[in-house]
Design a protein. Structure first.
Length: 276
């Protein structure tokens, strides 16, 4: 579905000096996978995300979306239909004054028949559990609800992949939970490929695989259990691990027999009960 081969990209700083935001990135994501990309601010993860929707084009290397080279202009329309993008601030994506009209904006631009648009809008709002708010004004919604409307707007265009660039960064815990549950549902029930850019470690626990970026490079790759069991390595990168994993690490240091790859509260409960 997604393949980045030796991708590099440069920005210029305020002094006019170039620096690499991405350097020789190699990432491959299969159809139906849920992949999380982690890293602190400035690591290159958001720059990489923009390459997956052809908002940015590689300086070197190639990005393929379903076999289409993002640098070939003839594929641009198909790439953006295949891989939809959800940004950090939902207010930047909401364009209409009524929820259902906003969700209809994308399908209308595809030139679809009104009855097909109506069907897609209803299906998308049902999928993100926002159907009952279809007649509401978006500015009256909570942050989590707005982000779900933004996701519905992408869903209505029937993408096979959704890239979410820190979609919960501006949300409170309740809104974060709403959005992450929606993302998991889209992946598991709709088989939509998910690329989640985040700096919240507990969100990455739900992924099939994780990439960690540092200074434009991929420095770690593996399953959540493989990645988060390396607590000391992750902390050297200036990142945290899920709270439960941190607790397990502390208990292990105290001599308690626990596995290093405990990721969730439920797993911790099972392991503690085993020690009785």
């Amino acid at each position: 579905m997604i393949k980045a081969k030796n991708v590099s990209y440069k920005y210029s700083n305020q002094e006019g000096k170039d620096y690499f935001a991405l350097k020789n990135i190699n990432i491959e994501i299969k159809e139906g996978e849920f992949v999380a990309i982690l890293g602190h601010n400035g690591s290159g993860k958001s720059t990489f995300a923009k390459h997956l929707n052809a908002l940015l084009l590689p300086l070197e290397g190639t990005v393929y979306i379903d076999g289409m080279d993002t640098r070939e202009e003839k594929y641009l329309w198909n790439i953006r239909q295949t891989a939809g993008m959800v940004f950090q601030n939902p207010d930047n994506q909401i364009v209409a004054t009524i929820v259902e009209e906003d969700v209809a904006f994308g399908p209308e631009n595809l030139g679809l028949e009104p009855n097909i648009i109506r069907k897609r809008v209803d299906e998308a709002l049902l999928t993100v559990d926002m159907f009952e708010y279809r007649k509401h004004s978006p500015h009256l919604l909570s942050g989590g609800q707005k982000q779900r409307v933004a996701i519905a707007g992408i869903l209505a265009m029937k993408p096979r992949c959704i890239i979410l660039d820190e979609p919960t960064a501006m949300l409170d815990p309740s809104g974060r939970k709403e959005v992450i549950e929606t993302i998991i549902k889209l992946n598991k029930e709709e088989n939509i490929t998910i690329v989640l850019i985040t700096h919240f470690m507990d969100e990455a626990v739900n992924a099939d695989r994780i990439y960690i970026m540092e200074e434009g490079h991929v420095v770690m790759e593996g399953t959540p259990k493989e990645i988060f069991s390396k607590v000391d390595e992750i902390k050297k990168l200036g990142l945290d691990v899920p709270q439960v994993t941190e607790l397990a690490h502390m208990l292990i240091d105290e001599g308690i027999d626990l596995p290093k790859d405990v990721l969730t509260v439920d797993e911790m409960v099972v392991e503690l009960c085993r020690l009785k």
